[in-house]
Design a protein around this ligand. Structure first.
Ligand SMILES: [Zn+2]
Ligand SMILES: [Zn+2]
Length: 241
């Protein structure tokens, strides 16, 4: 496997938020090279999840961290990676994942849960060594969770990315990072919808549409979409055509 480690600091643009409820500002920031288990990704597309808004407003956030680059849904191409990264090449298309998968711990191997014990979920907004790979004017920038997709480049631990088929429509792939997959997995892996079931879906946002698709794939006979926003009716129906 060819290795691609870059020691260059990259200056690029990112949407930075400096405090609770403040507007996003597009600013120039610095991105450090990836450390041994990390990848640096050139972002191509990013999308918006409700959790980004909660973090931006800070009201329901147990740990408001600023300045911060939000965004945890996205798709990009691997630009460089550390010397302990396996299975990824420069140019591979990847999406960040909310939760890591080491593939070796008890939780990862038993497949009863997807909460990896080696790389636990963290709200701290920093890399697993407690530092950041992003800075602006000498200030440390916090990640959204394990990553920050609203930036032209980001560094993320390789256990928090998933390589995707390059033939997939990339703008759609962004939505697989969090919301859609959450709903899809809920119908498939948690509720384990049975063939012929009737399924009611409360809320037809990205998560609800993921539930709809997951239920359809599992063979649900009838899917009832419920949402107080009439605008969602058309999108919901399009998933059942
Ligand atoms: Zn999300
Ligand atoms: Zn694990």
């Amino acid at each position: 496997m060819s290795k691609s480690s870059s020691s260059q600091i990259i200056t690029c643009k990112a949407a930075v938020i400096w405090g609770c409820g403040e507007p996003l500002k597009v600013e120039e920031i610095q991105i450090d090279p990836p450390k041994s288990t990390e990848v640096r990704v050139r972002m191509l597309y990013a999308s918006l999840c409700h959790t980004d808004i909660i973090r931006a407003l800070g009201k329901e956030d147990p740990l408001p961290l600023f300045p911060r680059v939000l965004g945890h849904e996205g798709v990009g191409a691997v630009e460089s990676f550390g010397d302990e990264v396996d299975g990824l090449e420069e140019g591979d298309y990847v999406i960040p994942t909310m939760l890591a998968e080491c593939g070796a711990c008890e939780n990862c191997t038993l497949a009863k849960t997807n909460l990896c014990l080696t790389y636990p979920f963290s709200l701290g907004g920093l890399m697993s060594d407690g530092t950041s790979r992003m800075s602006i004017k000498g200030h440390k920038l916090y990640n959204m969770f394990s990553c920050s997709t609203w930036s032209e480049y980001m560094v993320v631990d390789s256990k928090f990315v998933c390589k995707i088929d390059p033939s997939i429509a990339l703008p759609h792939a962004s939505l697989l990072s969090c919301g859609f997959s959450t709903g899809f997995g809920a119908a498939w892996k948690e509720a384990r919808v049975k063939k012929g079931s009737t399924v009611a879906v409360l809320g037809l946002g990205a998560v609800g549409l993921g539930v709809t698709e997951g239920a359809r794939m599992q063979g649900a006979a009838k899917i009832i979409g419920i949402d107080k926003n009439i605008m969602k009716k058309r999108q919901g129906a399009s998933f059942l055509e």
